[in-house]
Design a protein around this ligand. Sequence first.
Ligand SMILES: Nc1nc2c(ncn2[C@@H]2O[C@H](COP(=O)(O)OP(=O)(O)OP(=O)(O)O)[C@@H](O)[C@H]2O)c(=O)[nH]1
Ligand SMILES: [Mg+2]
Length: 405
Amino acid sequence: MRLLHGKISTRILYLFTFVSISSLLSLAFLTRPRSKYDGPPPPFQRPTGTNSLKGIDPLLYNSGPPSGRLWYPQERALANATLLALVRNSEADAMVQSMLDLERIFNLKFNYPWTFLNNVPFDEEFKRKTRAATKAEISYELIPPEHWAVPSHIDPQVLNASMHRLEDLGVQYSTALSYHQMCRYNSGMFPFHPALLKYKYYWRVEPNVHFYCDLPYDPFHFLADRDLIYGFVIALYDAPASVASLWPEVLRFLASYTPGKAPLINPNAAVGFLTDSHYRPLHTLNASGYSTCHFWSNFEIGDMDFFRSPLYQAYFRHLDQSGGFFYERWGDAPVHSIALSLFADKKGIHWFRDIAYEHIPYFNCPRVDSSGAEGRCQAGRFTNGDKTLEEEDCRANWFHYAGIG
Ligand SMILES: Nc1nc2c(ncn2[C@@H]2O[C@H](COP(=O)(O)OP(=O)(O)OP(=O)(O)O)[C@@H](O)[C@H]2O)c(=O)[nH]1
Ligand SMILES: [Mg+2]
């Protein structure tokens, strides 16, 4: 009998000890100091000295989903939108890589149609490989030759001399004629492709990009519901020599255009984003007053009506007429970004902080939950490890002039 009592009291003692230790452990867990990154980021303070966002990058914070109504799969009819890629036949495998990522994180649930554009017909191999990468509809489209051709006002001798001058200045791709054509096409021609006229919104996708975290809501309805016209993830400085005369040409356009009653520059535009010289004064100097900061356009989710508007088209035609797409190497990224930062309300431009993305060598990596983002895309990662690339990040300018939004 005594033996039995002894056994019971030992068990009670064990149980008591177990319960006490567990309670202490859970108390310690619950009361542990929360990381300062567990809530939304504090109001943005522009770093002094360098543009480094180390320690204050909004991507380090677990800011949760965007505010307002979000539309999840099957909750609403699809928006008038397409996933869009200008791509070469030789890039089929790289395109499939991007597609599989975007399908996995987003489109398997939504089923938005894909549109592929090319200046030569897509071959059977490209079609076969890309068809196998999605259940969604795909259109394979040839670009009308007159949209792609080098305009007749471009002088071949000046073009040749300019290409080699830029090459000597180290401007990447300056001697590749097709690269100039591609930049011009993406700057102002693409929304007029006959196959795109029926769409309002596009999500631009390039071959060989990566998407990491799940995107649970519809980004097109997100833009439409909030009167947003453009979404980006990464903002970078450009090589000043590639755009040396772009800003003066933009100023000439602004001086020459008579728009009627509406103000040409939007009263709530982020002009300072374009003219800033705080972090890289030599860039602003060498690009004749343009900071060279731009939304990196290999990722864009946007409203084609902005690029189809009479004002944007007048701006594009002016730039095109000046020859700078060929005599310099103006990219569609600065051309889009300048127009957006002049003609649009800055509140209409959205930073998709929650889309985890990589186009070599840069990243946009959010903190998706309290355990941090997945493997390769850890919160706040910006480059592939090359420290010299860190200074190419100009998001600090955008946050300063337009807010984090
Ligand atoms: N059809 C077609 N697509 C092109 C051509 N040149 C470029 N592209 C596409 O245009 C987009 C931009 O070209 P990229 O070569 O990626 O240019 P980039 O992003 O500035 O350069 P990288 O850093 O090398 O990726 C990609 O989607 C390419 O597939 C071309 O001559 N024909
Ligand atoms: Mg690219």
